[in-house]
Design a protein around this ligand. Sequence first.
Ligand code: OOG
Ligand code: MG
Length: 258
Amino acid sequence: MTDSRSLADLAVAADDAARYANAIAQFTHSVPLDVADAYRVQALSFERRVARGEQQVGMKMGLTSKAKMAQVGVDEVIWGRLSDAMIVENLSEISLDAYVHPRIEPEVAVRIGTALSGDVSASQALAAVSGVAAAAEIIDSRFENFSFALADVVADNSSSSGFIVGEWCDPSLPLNHLAMTLECDGEVVEAGASDAILGDPLLSLVEASRMAAAAGFELQPGWIVMLGGATAAVPLAAGSTYRITVESLGEVSVRVAK
Ligand code: OOG
Ligand code: MG
């Protein structure tokens, strides 16, 4: 890490960019940031949200599908922190003013029933789940042109910005091989299947548990884990309505103000 910009400075820059919806230059263009330090920046930046009264309500997994990796040119699984301020109610209207250049993507979410952390099997991970749901993530890179290297996106809380969760379903429902679609104004713009998420969305929860332990925390009862997009993400446009469906789990939708 260079002396010219400390990790704390980068955390302020990432947090301010998200808070005020301003695009910033990629950190790695001016600073040799490694991934471990990038996760420290993420933690410091999230601490600023907590100091303003936000609460952590979960974890998001990112780049768990080839479609997403290809779209952003980074091919490592990453994670970020979710706060209560990022919750977008299902069927609500959002304004583009709160974002830099938001995109939406279809996901599967799980709700944690009993604390989970460390190396677990898929069946142990499933045993910790109290609900599963169709979900959508609104991602918003704070970096200009939505361009970043691995360390940049990690420092930027893995583009966490908003998330929408549908009705909770029984966790005994299979999560794999479910068709997933993203519609814009009634037209299908992305379609895929849940097995695009690491071969089985449950394996994304296994990864989340492992990565949480490596970072020194547990997935807490009541937390939501977003398991990652199954298709490429689509830019949100003013005046459009987006509907995400996950076969057998349900759907969510959001409207963007004109
Ligand atoms: C990084 C976050 C990726 C996912 O579901 O794969 C992500 C990005 O695409 O900006 O949320
Ligand atoms: Mg996502």
